[in-house]
Design a protein around this ligand. Structure first.
Ligand code: NAD
Length: 278
């Protein structure tokens, strides 16, 4: 298995392009799942306060004995903590048993609450204090990013925008906006959250056959070639290994473009304008 490539963020820090996500991993199972992911070779873990599993993630990290500098740990500021990011990050660090996270993200803009611009300033202070090495956002549309990037002085540019993205929902307007400003794209739900029959889409099934890979591997490989940062979730060890085994083949330009052409606005989860505090 070839090595996982790193992507250089706009603040100079490196992030492994492939990681492991733990949305919907129960706190009771999180230690086992993350321990198995670390054993499989993942070094980048994506969690969030709202997933309710930071303690289990932290126990797995501690028990792994892996040097902290080799790990890349992301957590997120939940919506009703936007008015108090300081306490929220302190509490996440406590649950994780860490002195710092590698990446701290605002989870949703929650526009109606009107707090995300001030919260972003606070995240800047947390970065200054070394509690978060890098800071970014999730589920931000260009209108939200405009508000972060336009205040006077030197704005802090988020290192990533983590958005729903899979072959039939690519959010190209958002990705173009971000990439033109040095903001990397993290694709959540890279496999469509298993909510539709992605794996039987013809270009995916065909490429899988041609390369002797599974459809899941083809989709994940497509993300890698798109330049997306991904962290597919699974609770099964075999799939953890399968989802990492995507660096020994390459989709041809034709295969890549056929998957790219599957775009049809097929959002499977919430839209940023629908998510607010209550
Ligand atoms: P995903 O696209 O990673 O789908 C996960 C599902 O895909 C699994 O439950 C399983 O059913 C299936 N799967 C995984 N590997 C497979 C394989 N090899 N073969 C067949 N099926 C397979 O969806 P996700 O978990 O929602 O997204 C990944 C991560 O993104 C999350 O765990 C979380 O860390 C993050 N996320 C962030 C947000 C956000 O708002 N910022 C929202 C959702 C998820």
């Amino acid at each position: 298995m070839s090595e996982i490539p790193n992507i250089k963020l706009n603040d100079g820090n490196l992030i492994p392009q492939l990681g492991f996500g733990v949305f919907k991993v129960d706190e009771n199972d999180a230690e086992r799942v993350v321990s198995e992911a670390l054993e499989a070779g993942y070094r980048h873990i994506d969690t969030a306060k709202i997933y309710g599993n930071e303690e289990g993630v932290g126990r797995a990290i501690e028990k792994s004995g892996i040097d902290r500098s080799e790990l890349f740990i992301t957590t997120k500021l939940w919506n009703d903590d936007q008015k108090n990011p300081k306490d929220a990050l302190d509490a996440s660090l406590e649950r994780l048993g860490l002195d710092y996270v590698d990446l701290y993200l605002i989870h949703w803009p929650c526009e109606k609450q009107g707090a995300y611009v001030d919260a972003w300033e606070e995240l800047g202070k947390q970065r200054e204090a070394g509690l978060a090495k890098s800071i970014g956002v999730c589920n931000f549309l260009p209108k939200h990013l405009d508000n972060l990037l336009s205040p006077g002085g030197e704005p802090i540019v988020p290192v990533v925008n983590q958005i729903e993205l899979h072959p039939t929902y690519q959010q190209r307007e958002v990705t173009e906006y971000c990439r033109s400003r040095g903001i990397e794209i993290e694709a959540w739900g890279p496999l469509g959250q298993g909510k539709y029959d992605l794996f039987n889409e013809e270009p995916i099934a065909q490429a899988a056959k041609a390369h002797g890979k599974t459809p899941a591997q083809v989709v994940l490989r497509w993300h890698i070639q798109e330049g997306n940062i991904i962290f597919p979730k699974t609770s099964h060890k075999e799939r953890m290994v399968e989802n990492m085994d995507i660096f020994d083949f390459e989709l041809t330009d034709e295969e890549f473009l056929k998957i790219h052409d599957l775009e049809r606005g097929n959002r499977v989860a919430a839209h940023p304008d629908e998510v607010d505090v209550d």
